[in-house]
Design a protein around this ligand. Structure first.
Ligand SMILES: [Zn+2]
Length: 59
């Protein structure tokens, strides 16, 4: 859940969405339903498991 950085309201709507950094993240423009301020978030698309992969190589 993305909360509003201005009033901590959890109810926000997405008004624009596009991929950045080779598609690994999504940039979203959001608008707070409470104070109606607009803000931008960068959200990870997938959780990576690189640490576990390294562990397998060392064994
Ligand atoms: Zn707000």
């Amino acid at each position: 859940m993305m909360k509003c950085p201005f009033c901590d309201n959890y109810f926000t709507i997405v008004i624009d969405s596009r991929e950045v950094e080779d598609g690994t993240k999504t940039k979203r423009k959001r608008k707070c339903t409470k104070c109606e301020k607009k803000f931008t978030t960068y959200e990870e698309k997938a959780v990576e498991v690189k640490d576990e992969y390294k562990h397998d190589i060392n064994n």
